[in-house]
Design a protein around this ligand. Structure first.
Ligand code: AOS
Ligand code: ZN
Ligand code: ZN
Length: 429
């Protein structure tokens, strides 16, 4: 497996470290005036990790076209190689979330060996019942786990059980279920009956879940179904999770809500009822755009982390969400987008740690809207880039991750080793 040499990264870091030390010291001094310890914040950032989706390493596409980049990974081993490069540079993406059957694996122990060797673990296995595979007995055209036909539902259940067993072989501990089930025409589907069928199928999967596993349900209000979806929002999601049991939780993909929905408040509700399973981070302007995290709505992402850090600070029971990216990179090099996005999520986390919670609670109690919102803005407006850069440096990553990646020539070497097959393993996200 091709790696970006540690020695290359540390050599590159030399040209940036003097300035970084100055910026870090200055920020440390500034933070200390507000009673904040930059070392503690940096330690917290070092611990913060976010998973990379295996499918995100390939160029995405739309229903109109896909413009493949050079040196794209052609299989799960090459995707893993790219994930290692992302983690080597970013130092905050030490796990991978695979998708089956896109990630075709003949020998799981070989894959596990390879991931161990590059210091990556596997989390959250994803099932795929939104596409038909070659030689599949029953089509998912009209749904999968909620299909009107029992044999089709059974096929989708069995696929999910297979995916659990793949996850076990890789040491994963959760199954993420997103279904494309829904309808395109009013009247096409009986809302209650399709939800009942979905629940009946999910109960069968839940019953087979290993005792130390969780199951995460991902809601999405549209696409591929454009009139209704079976798990359209967090309401249906939490109802299903409650019906299924404590090991079942909701997963929030930022792009899966109607425009202007208050996602941070949904996060708060899920936390309160011990139902926050995890996230698919991305950004969007119109729908499920799967744009790079923090590229359009960094304040929204910060407000979500405000809720998360608040729960952490209050030691809210049952709180341990899984952080993942879920993006489609159409015009950028996916490795660069994933490095950047992981850092943007980490940035929101660190900024949320700056919030003076006691002061905020006091303003809330006093109904001082101006001061409460200023308290949040104060944290958001501070540039914590030196903390992020120092975190990468101390964890063996690259101070200037994108510049170092470009200089490493990784993509050019990949282009030689991985001639284009013209195929698309994961165009839709
Ligand atoms: C689909 O819109 C969802 O975001 C899912 O997470 C899906 O499994 C993933 O994006 C791969 O297509
Ligand atoms: Zn998603
Ligand atoms: Zn999505």
């Amino acid at each position: 497996m091709h790696r970006i040499e540690k020695s290359f990264i540390s050599e590159e870091n030399q040209q940036y470290i003097t300035d970084l030390n100055k910026d870090f010291d200055y920020l440390g001094e500034k933070l200390s005036r507000s009673g904040l310890d930059i070392e503690k914040l940096t330690d917290a950032a070092v611990k913060f990790q976010i998973a990379v989706p295996s499918w995100g390493t390939g160029t995405g596409g739309t229903r109109f076209a896909r413009f493949p980049g050079v040196g794209e990974p052609r299989n799960i081993f090459e995707k893993l190689e790219d994930c290692a490069a992302i983690n080597d540079l970013s130092a905050c993406t030490n796990s991978v979330s695979p998708h089956f059957p896109w990630d075709k694996v003949d020998d799981f122990s070989e894959l596990k060996q390879q991931s161990d060797a590059v210091g990556l673990s596997w989390i959250a296995v994803n099932s795929n019942t939104f596409q038909d595979q070659k030689d599949q007995a029953h089509s998912y055209k009209y749904g999968s786990l909620s299909h009107t036909d029992a044999a089709t539902r059974q096929q989708a259940i069995e696929h999910n059980l297979d995916v659990i067993s793949y996850g076990q072989a890789l040491g994963a501990k959760s199954l993420t279920v997103w279904v494309g089930d829904g309808s395109n025409h009013p009247g096409q589907q009986h809302f209650q009956r399709s939800f009942e069928r979905y629940l009946e199928s999910m109960k069968k999967i839940y019953a087979e879940l290993p005792s130390d596993w969780e199951m995460h349900i991902e809601h999405k209000m549209f696409e591929p179904a454009f009139y209704s979806t079976v798990i359209q929002d967090w309401g249906s999601n939490i109802l299903a999770a409650m019906e299924l049991g404590p090991k079942c939780k909701s997963l929030v993909d930022l792009g899966h809500h109607a425009p202007n929905v208050n996602i941070e408040m949904i996060v708060s509700r899920l936390i309160q009822f011990k139902k926050l399973g995890g996230f698919h981070f991305n950004d969007s302007k119109y729908g499920d755009d799967d744009l790079d995290s923090g590229s359009l709505h960094p304040y929204q992402q910060f407000l979500i982390f405000n809720e998360l850090v608040d729960a952490e600070a209050r030691q809210q029971e049952g709180f341990s969400p899984a952080y993942m990216l879920d993006q489609s990179h159409n015009v950028t090099d996916p490795i660069e987008s994933l490095i950047n996005s992981a850092a943007e999520v980490q940035r929101s986390y660190i900024k949320a740690l700056l919030i003076d919670r006691e002061a905020l609670y006091a303003h809330q109690t006093a109904n001082d809207a101006m001061m409460a919102s200023s308290e949040l803005k104060k944290a958001f407006n501070l540039d914590v880039s030196p903390i992020l850069a120092m975190t990468r440096y101390r964890a063996g990553g690259a101070i200037e991750a994108i510049a170092t990646y470009r200089k490493s020539g990784y993509r050019q070497q990949a282009a030689i080793k991985r001639p284009s097959t013209g195929g698309n393993t994961s165009g839709i996200v």
